[in-house]
Design a protein around this ligand. Structure first.
Ligand code: NAG
Ligand code: NAG
Ligand code: NAG
Ligand code: ZN
Ligand code: ZN
Length: 631
């Protein structure tokens, strides 16, 4: 292999600095797609091998129409990567594109069709990925797994890899989605790469598919033989990309790390992760880092690796990372282009055109109502008037009526929804068909059980309490933290790990259930700096990762994710009635396991059987509410 040894950081390609005024005077009206406040953008650091990474796109190929910060669409992204490939080729370095799954559920473009994804997947597949793998959202419904196998795997051929997920073919045999691994040589640097792709230990997959936990795969013969067949001297880089969080709190990639280092003590390794919907970068050792690139086409992740670096170097000397905001300012800047005309490519334009046609065909822009202000999942506390859960609990849920006449219906009701049932904020502007799928794509039915009030009122608080303490308990087969939105779940794990570490340091301190703090509040100094120098910046991600807090390509005023509870309740109780009065407890059938678990642990041993309460999905309820009320 020949590595370009002159490739050192002082030879980084000079990317023309974007002059923002040129953008403003560009002929095509990109105003609607670009954020208002343009901060200075941090340049990417190129090296001998470079990666662009997407994950958890969940069908957001049309861009965020109500948020300029993420206003680019999939066609713009394709133009971007074409530009970036030209830069790489002109510098004789490599650029590889990676996606780590979850392409369904979360946007009208995928969810408004039957089957889900039939229009969106061909759009996704126009991107020329070098490495693609599967996420759990390709595995809930058989029809989605079938599309993945019949279409996406075919489209990407040898670039589709899954080391631990299989599909039951027509003969009833399981075969991998794509290849189990890939060993290849990059076009420019001739770097030899060994690559695997893993999904986390997911168990809610449909019966036409099989997921073998990573911890089992690494003991399998094929895996160990693959490692032996490609010893360290034949591998310049190992790439493990998968639908698994790269956080230190998530065990699977740590386990893999042990095995890989047994076979490859000094080989450079890069992980790409997903699923928890956050921007993150972690150091596993000085030759191994992990990148995770957010969610919903808000971010494109970047990693560059200096393959010629040898000796005992810090990882900062070998790896660089960046989180690129999914908008045209960032895309043009990093492409070194000063006008849209130079930037756009024919393939990119074609895809933008297709997206618009499909969005029109599916009526995604059709206006159903109007929202006068933003409602947030967690950018404000739960009791804030602009918290989306508060809106739901105070005003929307009480409008739910039973679909059929129910016997012994109580006037007193408690609704319990898990906070993970809401996927995205509700932004000011038109409420469209698309919004329906964006805010809560889940099609779950409501179930009812009737309980004495004294018991009914304890369920919600119990589910919210059951985090840290119960996760310590071996019998706790249900982890109620999983009721949270994914990014909140990963943050909870991190805070609990910090708490455990603190308790180990000071074991004499009595255990207290933690009052979880906002994600960024520990960093008071940073907040101060932000408020003084960053007033002019747009609000967005300020990511704290193992390399520091300069990873976001665009400096932002930080949004704060306030801690939220596992479940939120809406109570319609009569203070006049006693604790024995019967109350209807209404919840998504999806969380029935958690409800029954809570009843058991509360000590309620009467037999309970739920019945169907309503088939009106939460998103339908919200839609009618928005149409009939000023919000
Ligand atoms: C990282 O890899 C280099 C070889 O590229 C090696 O010299 C160095 O010792 C490795 N670092 C560690 C901590 O193993
Ligand atoms: C773009 O679309 C046109 C018209 O459908 C087609 O002829 C052309 O080949 C497409 N170009 C690319 C690069 O996909
Ligand atoms: C309805 O309530 C009555 C009186 O409390 C009870 O006897 C009856 O079994 C209940 N019926 C159902 C279907 O729960
Ligand atoms: Zn996801
Ligand atoms: Zn996922």
């Amino acid at each position: 292999m020949q590595l370009n040894s002159i490739w050192t950081s002082n030879k980084t390609p000079v990317i023309a600095t974007l002059i923002i005024t040129l953008l403003v005077f560009s002929t095509r009206n990109i105003g609607k797609k670009t954020p208002d406040s343009l901060g200075s953008i941090r340049d990417l650091k190129w090296s001998s091998i470079n990666f662009l990474h997407t994950t958890d796109t969940h069908g957001w190929y049309g861009g965020h129409t109500n948020q300029k910060l993420y206003g680019a669409d999939w066609g713009d992204f394709i133009s971007f990567t074409e530009n970036m490939r030209s830069i790489a080729n002109s510098q004789n370095v490599d650029l590889l594109l990676v996606d780590t799954g979850d392409r369904h559920d979360g946007n009208g473009l995928t969810d408004a069709t039957v089957p889900n994804g039939i229009e969106a997947l061909p759009i996704f597949a126009k991107q020329d990925y070098d490495l693609v793998t599967i996420g759990n959202h390709e595995l809930y419904l058989y029809e989605n797994s079938k599309q993945e196998f019949d279409f996406i795997v075919q489209e990407y051929g040898n670039n589709y890899i899954s080391s631990n997920v299989e599909y039951k073919n027509n003969d009833g045999d399981f075969e991998p989605f794509g290849k189990k691994y890939k060993y290849f040589t990059t076009p420019n640097q001739k770097a030899r790469i060994l690559s695997f792709a893993f999904l986390f230990d997911f168990t809610r997959n449909n019966e036409g598919t099989k997921v073998t936990p990573l911890e089992d795969v690494i003991k399998e013969k094929w895996f160990l033989e693959t490692l032996k067949k490609h010893p360290g001297q034949d591998v310049d880089l190992i790439v493990v990309f998968g639908h698994i969080p790269i956080a230190h709190t998530w065990k699977e990639l740590l386990v893999l790390h042990q095995v890989l280092r047994e076979y490859y003590p000094e080989t450079k390794i890069q992980y790409f992760g997903g699923h928890s919907h956050i921007r993150d970068f972690t150091i596993f050792d000085s030759n191994l880092t992990g990148l995770q690139s957010g969610r919903y086409c808000e971010s494109v992740g970047w990693v560059s690796i200096d393959l010629s670096a040898t000796g005992d170097l810090s990882p900062q000397k070998i790896f660089a990372r960046s989180y690129i905001d999914f908008n045209l300012n960032s895309f043009l800047h990093h492409s070194g282009q000063s006008s849209i005309e130079e930037f756009e490519t024919e393939a990119g334009n074609n895809v933008t055109r297709t997206i618009n046609l499909v969005r029109n065909k599916l009526h995604l822009n059709d206006v159903l109502g109007h929202v006068n202000r933003n409602y947030y999942v967690d950018y404000v506390p739960l009791d804030h008037p602009q918290n989306l859960f508060k809106l739901l609990a105070d005003q929307v849920l009480p409008t739910l009526q039973p679909t059929q006449a129910l016997k012994n219906q109580s006037d007193e009701r408690i609704f319990i929804i898990n906070t993970g049932s809401i996927r995205y904020d509700l932004y000011k502007g038109p409420y469209t068909i698309d919004t329906r799928y964006i805010v809560s794509p889940f099609e779950n039915e409501w179930a009812r059980i009737t309980l004495p009030k004294s018991i009914a009122i304890r369920i919600g608080p119990f589910l919210n309490k059951a985090g840290y303490i119960l996760s310590q308990d071996k019998d706790n087969e249900i982890d109620n933290r999983r009721l949270l939105p994914l990014h909140q779940y990963s943050q909870r794990l991190k805070q609990e790990q910090q708490l455990r570490a603190k308790l180990e340091e000071e074991p004499e301190k009595k255990f207290q259930y933690p009052a979880f703090s906002p994600f960024f509040s520990q960093d008071a100094e940073f907040q101060n700096e932000a408020s003084i120098t960053r007033q002019k910046l747009s609000k967005g991600y300020v990511t704290h990762d193992d390399f520091g807090d300069d990873g976001d390509d665009t400096p932002h005023k930080p949004v704060i994710n306030f801690p939220i509870t596992n479940v939120v309740e809406s109570k319609q109780l009569d203070i006049e009635t006693g604790e024995h009065a019967l109350v209807d407890v209404i919840y998504y059938k999806f969380i029935e396991g958690n409800i029954l678990w809570a009843l058991k642990h509360i000590g309620y041993d009467e037999k309970v059987e739920s019945e169907l309460y309503s088939t009106t999905y939460l998103n339908q309820l919200l839609e009618v509410f928005v149409q009939q009320n000023e919000i």
